[in-house]
Design a protein around this ligand. Sequence first.
Ligand SMILES: Nc1ncnc2c1ncn2[C@@H]1O[C@H](COP(=O)(O)OP(=O)(O)O)[C@@H](O)[C@H]1O
Ligand SMILES: [Mg+2]
Length: 238
Amino acid sequence: MAQKIAIASGKGGVGKTSVCVGIGKALTALGMKVLLIDCDCLRSLDVLTGVTEKLVYNFGDVIFGRCAAADALYENEGLSVVTCPDSYDNISDYSMKWLVSKYEKDFDYILLDAPAGIERGLHMALSVADRAIVVSTPDLVCVRSACIAGKEIEKAGIKNIRLVINRVSKKDVIRGRLLNIDSVIDATQVQLIGIVPEDPKIRLGSMGRDIYRKGQVSYKALGNIAKRIIGQTAVLKV
Ligand SMILES: Nc1ncnc2c1ncn2[C@@H]1O[C@H](COP(=O)(O)OP(=O)(O)O)[C@@H](O)[C@H]1O
Ligand SMILES: [Mg+2]
């Protein structure tokens, strides 16, 4: 039975989708069967996983009986993806639970890529999540929204909440242009699970390029987060 992990942030553009895909690929490389569900109706998961050309159905089609669950499942390089409809209208927590029940037996992990904000999209993802990861970049604006998102997740009854600090540039931290790691943990009040460096290869993910390849700056960091998710120890390196 899959463990379900919601990836949230509060503020948009902090790297939720990129981190979701990166961790998904890293978990796959560790031999896990992984499904990513896009819970953001603005949709970007399909672009970052390279399945856009194949898309016909989204999970709204499954919920409203227009296709079978298997028809809305798209696969690329061992990673499976289900995309989001254009709106959250009429998608209840109950229908999300039913949807996930159709997939959870076939996967070890289901990562739910939540939208920005603390509204319906986030709650839709949380309604089926066992755990959550809050993504924040190391700046004052993002840590505030990550803290608010963390509280919202707690209110939804999820106890296992972890923090990924994304787009860390050591040079900028030393020059005082970004917050240091301790300050981000203090401000978000969420326990750290990993740090992802600023990586030009991840930036190219928005152009459909693969964001998880051996040799790139963030490869090890994403791999270490995946290891910690499955309960292995991995040294934290900044
Ligand atoms: N670690 C990183 N290094 C460089 N660019 C990144 C990194 N993480 C995300 N980005 C870039 O930041 C932008 C927003 O990322 P995205 O994953 O879409 O954020 P969100 O899902 O939170 O809106 C994208 O252009 C993406 O390529
Ligand atoms: Mg996103």
